[in-house]
Write a new protein. Structure first.
Length: 375
């Protein structure tokens, strides 16, 4: 029996015959007529003897390289299986394989019809991953919402209790505690909504020239009394080409991480470095265990024992890296030189030759809020 590839012009004979029948005449027309998918005919020794052009495309190899080589997959007539084809360039293609057995010119052959299902399987895996993330989001939300809501409910009942002899100071303290827990809930909801938006539509940065110091000060103003623990150094007039809202979110999450897990003093340093805007948030906390560093920016991951230090979702740093990378930069961790942690963000500078900002502060800093040192 001759061995050759099958061309598209050989598909004229569409006559159907039962499996196992003997087919005299032109073998190539028979094979192409069997299916529009990739077709390979394998002899009893497991060696490829025939293939069509669709099979060449699936294997990403010409027929002259396929014919005469071992097929490499078990063939069971009447059973559909999935196999992964390793491509010459190192990629992988998932195909659904259906096998039949037939006699061609007196010789027993296994004929495999191969259909590319790579995209379908990828879509299914993405759907499974999305459902798993959704389940995790629900579990995290339920866990993290429970304690603040329970505390708010208890404190509200205390305020409503007419028999509770509360002084004005005690009432003010309870109201402040309710406000604090409400703020935590708002932060949690913002992170969950941000994560859901990233999953749904990705990160769609609307870049503009943004004064870096201005955003730092805005975030410290939102930190209330905690901003007294922060000192800032920033190159005067430093700007980045970035989505303003996403830069705000990046800084907010970095600062929140430092406030939650570290010890003061906390430093925020922003400067031009190696052609980038580089922002560093440095603290004097215990640092991050080396074994956990590779997982710092993963979704829903927290350092072992972190639950005992502070409430959290494990989303903040994941959001930081996603936004940094979407804006053309990156985010990473470095251990502090004298202990503690350093969380770094790199973002694009404006193009050279474009309008340069005037030297000086982007906006005044109230020294009672945070220390400021121009660099």
């Amino acid at each position: 029996m001759s061995e050759h590839a099958l061309g598209p012009g050989e598909a004229a004979d569409q006559e159907q015959r039962p499996p196992g029948a003997e087919f005299p005449g032109d073998i190539s027309r028979l094979i192409v007529a069997a299916s529009a998918d990739g077709i390979v005919a394998v002899d009893e020794n497991g060696v490829i003897r025939l293939c069509n052009r669709a099979a060449e495309q699936l294997f990403a190899r010409p027929a002259k390289e396929l014919i005469g080589t071992p097929f490499g997959f078990p063939l069971v007539a009447g059973r559909a299986t999935e196999v992964s084809l390793m491509l010459p360039g190192g990629g992988e293609r998932v195909v659904e394989m259906r096998a039949t057995t037939m006699t061609l010119e007196g010789e027993l052959f296994h004929v495999a019809a191969l259909r590319d299902v790579t995209r379908r399987r990828q879509a299914e895996r993405e759907l499974e991953a999305a459902l798993e993330r959704q389940n995790i989001v629900v579990a995290v939300a339920a866990h993290e919402l429970h304690n603040p809501l329970a505390a708010i409910s208890m404190l509200t009942h205390v305020l409503q209790d007419e028999q509770a002899a509360l002084t004005a100071t005690q009432r003010r303290d309870i109201i402040e505690r309710i406000a604090e827990r409400t703020a935590r809930l708002q932060l949690l909801v913002r992170k969950l909504l941000t994560a859901s938006r990233i999953d749904a539509v990705g990160v769609q940065a609307a870049s503009e020239r943004v004064p870096v110091l201005e955003i730092i000060v805005e975030q410290l103003a939102d930190a209330d009394e905690r901003s007294a623990e922060v000192s800032v150094s920033c190159t005067p007039g430093l700007e980045s080409v970035v989505d303003r809202a996403e830069l705000s979110t990046i800084l907010a999450n970095c600062l929140e991480n430092a406030f939650a897990y570290a010890r003061p003093p906390i430093e925020v340093r922003a400067a031009e470095r190696n052609g980038w805007v580089e922002i560093r948030v440095i603290d004097q906390g215990p640092g991050v265990p080396e074994s956990f560093v590779p997982h710092l920016f993963d979704r829903f991951t927290r350092e072992p024992g972190a639950e005992q230090k502070a409430e959290g979702t494990g989303l903040g740093l994941w959001i930081v890296r996603n936004f940094a990378q979407a804006n053309g930069g990156d985010a990473w961790y470095e251990p502090g030189k004298h202990g503690g942690s350093c969380f770094c963000v790199r973002l694009p500078l404006p193009e050279r030759g474009s309008h340069r900002p005037a030297r000086g502060l982007a906006m005044p800093i109230a020294r009672s809020r945070c220390g400021y040192t121009p660099t």
